[in-house]
Write a protein that binds this ligand. Structure first.
Ligand code: CTP
Length: 422
């Protein structure tokens, strides 16, 4: 009778990839080979996995998963048969992972340190060296979220290319309906993480090439091939412009809301009537229902959706400031809720700056978000003493809003005048 070998613990996945890239990794994942769930519990681990056995280390609380294989049994996110057993090998566990660069492991030694020997049956180190995102095995198709993960990694490391066979596989997945069953929450989780990477455009370029953009974000896909006026947009193509704007927003370290806004600010250009092109009169408000439907489909947060709509509605108004009447400026403050949320208002101006910089030429002289001027107007309105108006209309409170509007207009009009005359 043969003795069951001692369980072996390996550190796997992103942590090994990051270590080889010289990057810090705060998320360590471990795989245990040759152990039963009972053995894990006896050693003090706590069981947490719902669909497959994952345990938390009694002291460090790091995650330890039993080596497993997965087999798709039906379409959709939950159609998996998970097989875990003491005889599942490390190589089998690594084979079910998404990318070769994520399918490497190092043994954990008895003192807790990692072995110098790299377990790399799918040549992840080669792909890391050549900067290639490549699937490990045909099992890639079993989880459509992997397309989004791959696109997100492309946004993180823009000099990585997608292996042609992996792109082919992803295109087939979209065509064969494998991505119909993507769970919207997971879509948003990956897209929002990708937007926060250094070069978000790469994510959308990859998604476009495999067809997922057209399926899940058709409002964004529709922008490619739509011309704009060359005098304001030397890059001509609206899709290209939007890609430049989201990368600018990332360079400027803008918030997630602002980056999503950058992605959505010109959606209205996607349905400009052909006879008006390359002008896009009215695209600001035409974008609003498109932002609503996109945000609903991919479950973008309410804050992101709201920010995007406000940016779509007013990004052009911001840079026409010297031409605006005082009443229009107040309308903008009202629409953007600037008095109550001044920091978001400033972020809207920053996103507008990204829109100006994200073009195929330098428009610093022609267009500006008028940062200082908008902020000065806002401060002036905020500081205005309204007690006199309130007391004047105590018996007719319904007249307060009109009187307030009047007073605000009178106060900011001279400021506007100075910039108009300048
Ligand atoms: N994994 C996978 N398929 C998925 C999700 C995860 O194959 N859909 C595997 C990969 O081997 C991955 C590991 O599980 O490296 C850990 O996943 P996770 O912690 O989500 O991602 P990381 O690769 O660590 O990436 P990040 O740095 O973005 O967290």
């Amino acid at each position: 009778m043969s003795m069951k070998p001692e369980p072996q613990i390996y550190c796997v996945g992103g942590a090994i990839r990051d270590e080889l890239m010289g990057l810090p990794s705060n998320d360590l994942d471990y795989v245990v080979v040759g152990a039963t769930p009972d053995e894990m519990l006896r050693q003090g681990y706590t069981a947490v996995g719902q669909d497959f056995p994952v345990f938390l280390h009694p002291q460090t609380h790091a995650e330890y998963a039993l080596a497993r294989t997965e087999r798709k049994t039906s379409k959709g996110y939950t159609g998996f048969a998970v097989h875990f057993d003491v005889d599942v090998t490390l190589e089998e566990d690594l084979a079910r992972r998404d990318l070769t660069i994520n399918a490497m492991a190092r043994g954990v030694l008895s003192d807790g340190s990692l072995s110098a020997d790299l377990v790399d049956p799918y040549h992840g180190q080669d792909d890391l060296e050549h900067k290639v995102l490549r699937h490990v095995s045909p099992a890639f198709v079993e989880d459509p979220v992997r397309i989004l993960r791959l696109a997100r990694f492309a946004a993180r490391w823009p000099d990585f290319t997608v292996a042609p066979e992996t792109m082919g596989l992803m295109q087939d997945m979209v065509k064969n309906g494998e991505t119909d069953a993507l769970v919207a929450e997971r879509t948003w989780q990956e897209i929002s993480r990708g937007l926060m990477e250094d070069t978000p455009s790469r994510m959308f370029v990859v998604l476009r090439e495999c067809g997922l953009l057209k399926q899940w974000l058709p409002e964004v896909d529709a922008l490619f091939g739509v011309p704009q006026r060359a005098d304001y947009h030397p890059e001509i193509d609206t899709g290209l412009h939007v890609m430049m704007v989201i990368d600018k927003a990332a360079q400027m370290k803008l918030s997630l809301e602002a980056r999503y806004g950058a992605l959505c600010h010109d959606l209205g250009k996607g349905n400009t009537p052909a006879e008006v092109l390359p002008r896009h009169t009215g695209h600001e408000s035409r974008g609003l229902p498109l932002i609503d439907s996109l945000s609903k489909r991919i479950k973008a947060t309410k804050d992101c959706c709201e920010f995007a709509k406000k940016l779509s509605q007013d990004h052009t108004t911001f840079y026409y400031l010297p031409e605006l009447k005082a009443g229009t400026v107040l309308d903008v403050f009202k629409r953007t809720d600037a008095l109550r949320r001044p920091e978001r208002f400033i972020e809207l101006l920053r996103a507008t700056q990204a829109d100006i910089w994200g073009r195929g030429g330098d428009f610093s002289n022609a267009l500006t978000p008028w940062f200082d001027q908008w902020q000065r107007l806002l401060k002036t309105v905020q500081k205005l003493d309204i007690s006199e108006i309130v007391s004047r209309f105590t018996s007719e409170p319904h007249k307060i809003p009109e009187a307030l509007h009047q007073k605000r207009c009178e106060t900011i009009a001279p400021l506007l005048q100075t910039w108009q005359n300048a």
